[in-house]
Write a protein that binds this ligand. Structure first.
Ligand code: AP5
Ligand code: ZN
Length: 208
């Protein structure tokens, strides 16, 4: 399947995508991870405000469309089935995506805003495996893992606020766009991770 997963920062896109790729044997295409591995890339020749993706990301702003579109276009050309996470984030990107591929399923993880802040400020990552944890909701069992956990640079309270406002302004219209097309599968993302997964899995199976 060709799956798009939409949701605010902290909604659980990465958490659910990890389960989707295991269950359905598809690629995880994530613009956030792709940009994080290229934070220092020189993009100054693209006539951008800042010289690297990292300067946008650490402010919670969107990286310029030209940079992100190129990443997604390249990744999609190499994938058969996929779950796309982190893109499109504005209407221009949504239009670009139309020309790149046909989607089977558009999922939207719906989560309340105060819960999002709590999830993001408590998130921790395992730098060795990329696994996603939370200090309260999902702490690692292995103390060795716990010791090496790191926080994402943009998970500070100030940057989280900016990311949420960018989401409201730029990405909520994208959700309406898919809703208007009648394609949007809304999942209650305010449940525990495994309950969200039950709903996500059932939605994908029903659509297939
Ligand atoms: P990106 O990496 O895409 O970040 P994001 O959209 O802000 O989303 P997150 O990764 O923060 O959240 P998530 O939904 O994956 O949640 P997770 O599963 O980790 O983008 C980062 C930056 O890159 C952007 O700000 C921008 O600068 C740039 N960028 C990326 N794409 C771009 C684009 N297309 N155009 C322009 N710029 C772009 O879960 C969060 C926490 O909650 C974890 O701790 C987890 O354990 C916990 N959790 C998950 N589910 C549950 C649950 N059900 N119950 C309780 N806790 C849960
Ligand atoms: Zn993510």
């Amino acid at each position: 399947p060709r799956i798009l997963i939409l949701g605010a920062p902290g909604a659980g896109k990465g958490t659910q995508s990890a389960k989707i790729i295991e269950e359905f044997d598809v690629d995880h295409i994530t613009t956030g991870d792709a940009l994080r591995s290229n934070k220092e890339m020189d993009i100054s020749d693209m006539d951008t405000e800042y010289d690297t993706p990292g300067e946008y990301m650490d402010r919670g702003e969107l990286v310029p469309d030209d940079v992100v579109n190129a990443i997604v276009d390249e990744a999609l050309s190499q994938a058969d089935g996929f779950v796309l996470d982190g893109y499109p984030r504005n209407l221009d990107q949504a239009e670009e995506l139309e020309d790149m591929t046909d989607l089977n399923i558009v999922l939207y993880l719906d989560v309340t805003e105060e819960e999002l802040v709590h999830r993001l400020t408590g998130r921790r990552l395992d730098p060795e495996t990329g696994d996603i944890y939370h200090v309260e909701y999902n702490p690692p069992e292995d103390p060795e893992v716990e010791e090496r956990l790191v926080q994402r640079d943009d998970d500070t309270e100030e940057t989280v606020k900016e990311r949420l406002s960018v989401f409201r302004e730029n990405t909520e219209p994208v959700i309406e766009y898919y809703e208007d097309q009648g394609d949007l599968e809304r999942v209650d993302g305010d449940q525990a991770p495994n309950e969200v997964w039950e709903d996500v899995k059932a939605t994908i199976e029903d659509a297939a």
